[in-house]
Design a protein around this ligand. Structure first.
Ligand code: 13P
Ligand code: SF4
Length: 366
């Protein structure tokens, strides 16, 4: 049963500390029937309540493995959809605030991808020659599109492996929605920039000539993350001038120039593990979301590691931050009363096809 807005209004003005106590109490009452999953970008006052944490790939495995009845997902909409698709049909996935979306995921939609496929069919046979690859940061219907067309899903921690698999199937890839992850991963495989033109979905034929399409190995959808685009090569240059021994690590959603100027590039889980395993006394510049960087700066201080945020600006995933203690308390206390609010349920036909593409990814990335 869905609660109405008036019910949430009672939580809106609750202080964070009060919410924290009520979340702990609700969790105790719910016991093992409920599990809270949180992405690494989640704000500290929510992350502290998580039973399971991870990057998108790890959270996908965890969601597929848990036998809890209720999965309360503290992340963004596409992550909750993945949890629903990979969990059993009896399990219920809850996103405490439905407006927690991903602006990058919104840069591609089914109508535009289908149009691209139709336009490509004027030049080549896409079903014979192109593997569609969607970054996990995309809606379930795009994952279903990939499932239906022999394609696959990737995350930031397995993109190169997934591209290798994709090229073993067909000679080209249509990669959406993040051009930066696609470009960096293609570059890691030795592809040139000319072999990876951008598909501008607002232009007829993606703004490309038939010759460009013919020569392309990866067609990069013109999408990006508004958080990661804030990091600039000059931030790295300034850091290196100040700290010649310092190390730079970035998320592959950063621009090609930032990735190239970094010492290490990888997913949120990779970033945490790399710094955790580094020598005590090392200094790091980190190009990813602020909540995560602030958390590890604090956590690894005791190991003598100095961790600096890459941008002078505040770069936060403001949509993920919509999952606040008030919404978490609201959804958990409703569950205690036997009410499910904000359930994420992917329609069965779509879920079936999306599951194909997701399970292929999980198998390939093992
Ligand atoms: P990860 O796969 O590293 O968790 O990244 C997901 C994401 O949305 C980064 O912006
Ligand atoms: Fe989406 Fe960017 Fe937020 Fe990641 S950081 S969830 S890509 S908006």
């Amino acid at each position: 049963m869905q609660m109405n807005a008036i019910d949430f209004e009672k939580y809106e003005l609750l202080q964070d500390e009060v919410c924290a106590q009520r979340i702990v109490a609700a969790k105790q009452k719910l016991g093992k029937r409920t599990v809270i999953l949180a992405h690494h970008y989640q704000r500290a006052d929510v992350y502290q309540h998580a039973d399971l944490t991870g990057d998108s790939l790890k959270l996908s495995y965890l969601a597929a493995q848990t036998d809890a009845d209720y999965l309360v997902f503290c992340g963004v909409h596409f992550m909750a959809e993945v949890a629903d698709i990979l969990s059993s049909s009896e399990q219920v996935v809850i996103l405490p605030d439905l407006s927690a979306g991903c602006s990058m995921a919104d840069m591609a939609n089914l109508a535009k991808v289908e149009r691209a496929w139709r336009e490509l069919a004027e030049v080549i046979d896409p079903d014979a020659l192109i593997t569609p690859v969607t970054y996990i940061n995309s809606s379930a219907d795009l994952k279903a599109f990939c499932g239906e067309h022999g394609g696959i899903v990737c995350t930031s921690s397995n993109a190169t492996k997934i591209l290798q698999w994709s090229f073993a199937q067909r000679e080209k890839v249509l990669f959406f929605p993040d051009q930066h992850l696609g470009r960096w991963s293609g570059h890691q495989m030795g592809l040139s920039l000319e072999e990876m033109p951008v598909w501008d979905f607002d232009e007829p034929m993606g703004g490309l000539t038939p010759e460009q399409i013919d020569k392309a190995k990866i067609l990069l959808w013109k999408g990006h993350c508004s958080v990661h685009q804030m990091f600039q090569p000059q931030h790295i240059l300034r850091f290196r001038n100040q700290h010649p021994d310092g190390l730079v690590i970035s998320h592959p959603e950063c621009s090609f120039e930032v990735c190239k100027a970094s010492d290490f590039v990888g997913s949120t889980e990779y970033i945490i593990n790399t710094i955790r395993e580094a020598e005590p006394g090392t200094r790091w510049l980190v190009g990813t979301e602020l909540n995560l960087v602030g958390r590890i700066a604090e956590e690894f201080k005791s190991q003598g590691k100095m961790i600096q945020f890459m941008s002078p600006m505040v770069c936060m995933c403001s949509t993920m931050a919509r999952i606040d203690p008030q919404h978490l308390a609201w959804s958990l206390e409703n569950l205690v009363d036997g009410r499910v609010v904000n359930q994420i349920k992917v329609p069965e036909r779509e879920a079936k096809l999306a599951r194909l593409a997701l399970e292929k990814m999980l198998a390939v990335s093992k």
